[in-house]
Design a protein around this ligand. Structure first.
Ligand code: PRT
Ligand code: ZN
Length: 286
């Protein structure tokens, strides 16, 4: 039982679905009935705590939870003493300064002596210090985007994803000050027994992430253009080549990153590749 780890995940919000999806993709089974604060897995030594994201860094720093999944914005703002184990690639967003659309913006000096409303006073304060600007930070906990229109502040510093919230509120983004995505954090003093479980989880998460980055590609190619085609899709170690029933043709199988595939698709076709299949990979163990 000493090897059972506890992970804190957001109860409901923008991080919840992707956090639970990642855990499920790691082959970990659990029930998360609505309203439950705690749950455990039936096939992996892990317990779940469902919390507000604001509380996750503190629970992990205090050792109530061994691990947590939280946005970097929340982690840096809370400034707790934890380890970051892994970037998870979801809930990506940025923290930006924005001002009313009609205002002219000439640079960061615009904010000198101004009032800025935000839910992220620490990150903003650090940024303003770095760029040598003195501004008044007005901390509010939500609906930051309405602050300028009600006369509470001249600018805001808030999370932006698509930018439509700013636009709907007559604001424009003028400086990006911080980039964020979900990260896996851990307590600083994990016992050796628990550490072994953490390693197992990290191994599985790594395999899921690698699988997502890569695709399994199958294509048919005339033998005389195999060299060219192989140079365009190098495999994990080297591609598999099988003869087709039709003389002079081969089937090439390989694993390549999706980005690389799209970059080379035209050249592959020009080199004579046909019947190209791109198949998702569920997990990849290198
Ligand atoms: O209840 P709890 O405290 O747990 O949740 P919460 O309401 O504090 O957070 P939640 O669920 O809204 O967001 C959790 C985390 O998701 C954040 O800490 C970020 O790391 C990340 N994230 C990603 C976002 C967004 N995208 C996002 N778009 N968090 C908030 N927003 C909001 C933003 O505040 C603004 O109001 O969406 C609006 C902007 O979106 P666009 O698309 O209009 O630009
Ligand atoms: Zn929150």
């Amino acid at each position: 039982m000493e090897n059972i780890i506890r992970i804190a995940v957001q109860k409901s919000g923008r991080l919840s679905d992707d956090s639970l999806k990642l855990i499920k993709e790691c082959g970990i089974k659990f029930h998360n009935g609505t309203g439950k604060l705690k749950s455990s897995s039936t096939n992996f030594p892990i317990e779940f705590l469902f919390l507000r994201d604001d509380d996750i860094p503190g629970y992990v720093a205090d050792g109530i939870a061994d691990l947590g999944i939280v946005g970097e914005n929340e982690l840096v703002e809370k400034d707790k003493n934890v380890n970051v184990l892994k970037k998870l690639g979801f809930s990506k967003c940025r923290l930006s300064l924005a001002i009313p659309k009609g205002e002219e913006y000439s640079g960061i000096n615009y904010f000198e002596g101004k009032n800025i409303a935000t839910s992220y006073p620490k990150i903003l304060e650090n940024y303003l210090k770095k760029v040598n600007i003195n501004a008044d930070i007005h901390e509010i906990s939500g609906s930051v985007e309405i602050a300028p229109s009600i006369g509470l502040a001249e600018g805001i510093c808030d999370i932006v994803s698509s930018g439509s919230t700013l636009m709907m509120n007559g604001l424009k983004e003028v400086e990006e000050i911080f980039q964020s995505e979900a990260v896996l954090i851990s307590n600083k003093d994990i016992t050796t027994e628990k550490q072994a479980t953490v390693e197992k989880l990290l191994f599985r998460m790594g395999a899921v992430q690698e699988g997502k980055k890569n695709k399994y590609v199958l294509l048919n190619a005339p033998n005389d253009s195999l060299d060219k085609i192989l140079s365009l899709i190098p495999g994990m170690r080297s591609p598999t080549i099988l003869p087709l029933a039709e003389a002079g043709w081969s089937s090439v199988h390989s694993v390549i990153s999706e980005d690389q595939f799209w970059e080379n698709i035209e050249e592959l076709r020009n080199a004579g590749a046909q019947g190209i299949l791109v198949v998702p990979i569920e997990k990849m163990l290198i």
